[in-house]
Design a protein around this ligand. Structure first.
Ligand code: GLP
Length: 249
């Protein structure tokens, strides 16, 4: 794995964007796996900037989002569908038909996971962007989720609902369920770029990369990925032990 320690959130965002921009210049038809949350917003701003400067185009790019809440409409301001349009898609030339976000239509609940797996089939992501939850979740693979899962509907962990209540105003308004790519889907990406910033992520980042590979810390499975780049600010990196050793793995 490669660990890049940055001085702050802005530098982390620039470094992550540089990896995506380089790949996109080499491969204009790339498939990219996208994440939500506060972590990738700066990265998306950098991508929009590069698009506006005509350095890159998303005309032939396909995107695959990790997850979506179940129990709110897609039009809800806090849905990940809304998040992606507000923070990236409405500013760039991506084609609507190339955007893939897990559907959360309750009337089709039994088909949603297999439908998303069909969309993912044969579309290996060239880069998968990942954040990490304080409890080690990736996408919405909460502690205890099977490492062999493909897309599935999951109940959200209490810690995750508390963390995400900052976007909803109150805990009661945070959905209790979500649909997410499984670990198996995530691991299938050619390259994984994880970004994390702030002191609140420091403990889990160390557990994920220096601890045992365990379903209790879902991100720990990434230790087995052949092309993993971890981009962290100084605060999120502050508890990583053996950083030089990890960088040589
Ligand atoms: C959510 C998302 C994750 C994300 C995590 C961390 O729960 N499902 O994909 O990585 O939050 O979010 P943040 O970047 O806001 O800390």
């Amino acid at each position: 794995m490669r660990i890049i320690v940055c001085k702050d959130y802005d530098e982390m965002s620039q470094k992550a964007a540089a990896i995506v921009i380089k790949e996109l210049i080499l491969n204009p038809e790339m498939n990219i796996g996208l994440a939500t949350g506060s972590s990738p917003i700066g990265l998306y701003k950098n991508l929009i900037d590069a698009y506006e400067k005509k350095i890159i185009s998303f005309k032939d790019v396909s995107t695959f989002n990790l997850d979506e809440y179940v129990g709110i409409e897609r039009t809800h301001p806090q849905s990940y569908y809304s998040f992606m349009y507000e923070n990236l898609f409405k500013y760039i030339d991506i084609q609507e038909e190339n955007i893939n976000i897990p559907d959360n239509d309750l009337s089709r609940i039994d088909e949603l996971s297999t439908d998303y797996d069909k969309r993912l089939l044969g579309k290996q992501r060239d880069i998968q962007i990942l954040g990490i939850g304080k409890n080690g979740h990736i996408g919405f693979n909460e502690p205890g989720a099977s490492l062999s899962n493909e897309t599935f509907i999951t109940e959200l962990n209490e810690q995750t609902r508390i963390d995400n209540s900052r976007f909803f105003g109150s805990l009661e308004d945070v959905p209790k369920f979500a649909i997410t790519m499984g670990i198996k889907n995530i691991m299938y990406a050619k390259k994984i770029v994880m970004i994390a910033s702030g002191e609140s992520k420091a403990k889990v980042i160390n557990e994920a990369f220096n601890g045992a590979i365990t379903t209790e810390v879902p991100a720990s499975i990434l230790q087995l990925h052949p092309d993993l780049v971890l981009i962290v600010d100084e605060e999120a990196a502050s508890k990583i032990e053996n950083i030089d050793f990890l960088n040589r793995l």
